[in-house]
Design a protein around this ligand. Sequence first.
Ligand code: F1P
Length: 357
Amino acid sequence: MAERGFHTFSEINSQPDVWAATLAEFQSLIPAFDRFWQQHPIERIICTGCGSTYYLSLVVASLFQALNHIPTQARPASEVVLFPDVVQLGDTSTLLVTISRSGETTETLDAVEVFQTRAGGPVLAITCYGDSALARQADFVLTASAAQEQSVAQTRSFSSMTLLAEALAGHLAGLDVTTVLRTLPAIARRLLDEYRPLAQTLGETMAIQRFFFLGTGFLYGMACEAMLKMKEMSLSYSEAFHALEFRHGPMSMVDEHSLVIGLLSEDAQRHEIAVLEQMQWAGAHVLALSEKETGHADVARWHEVVLGSELPAWARTVTYLPVLHLLAYHRAMANQQNPDHPARLDAVVVLKSLLTS
Ligand code: F1P
């Protein structure tokens, strides 16, 4: 049996190579995707998934809205199945984007069935398994085959499917995505090498007992995913909020045993930093992930990850993850957990179909 955390650690560190392979796979799928897109005049999109892949749906929806100006909403697959009228499934001009690492999660498969029966629109699947049940149900499949994993918690699979979504939204916006995104593997390598010591130190600081992940815009879904990684891998108290929502109640939980992690945007950074400063005054430790230095290097209990990607905000979205994966991994190890097999979790939730009476 592999050493505790072996798979998670190697999957986190393989992200630069796996991202490069994912971009190459995307490139090879572009001609077929263009044909699919031309056949289906899309006016509206619903993105769906479960757990991590629901959080990825939030990211994908924000990308489609901002880059492609297509009205898009993200819903957990169970909501699509159980509350189709609340979701409003639409008609044949609606595209369902289903996201699932395994392509075998019951609720996600059920959501496709409900959508196909009630709306009749096309289904696009984003998955790591091109031979999965979801892939067979879908009209078009984008795969990140190199990102398949042995660990229960999604790391490189999530980031690689994020990359596919970025590439898709960029391509639909008429951008040469291969050129824009080609520096991402090298950026991930640098971030993993440069910030592993910081992630390890913070992960092993047992005086920190609560983790709060804050993000806005494209980055709210990423904050949710980072929160889930911390919870799943290390069984730690971990929550995610829209950055400015944090003042409206949740901040009452902050004390000197808290780490407040800000995934800083460029557009709203001044407001996000004000929240982090307020939490630092309240005694919290702060970790700011930002494209450029924030000028807080000398502030007590303030730590920083400088992304330095030189990419537009949408393309940079995925770069926030690798260091936060390391943070969750090191806290899991310090908590004597095995991040490869988190307690009470399976890699896929397979249930009796929600549609059977
Ligand atoms: C979704 C998921 C994971 C979660 C857990 C159970 O799987 O909810 O996000 O970490 O392991 O499954 P999938 O549909 O993306 O394969």
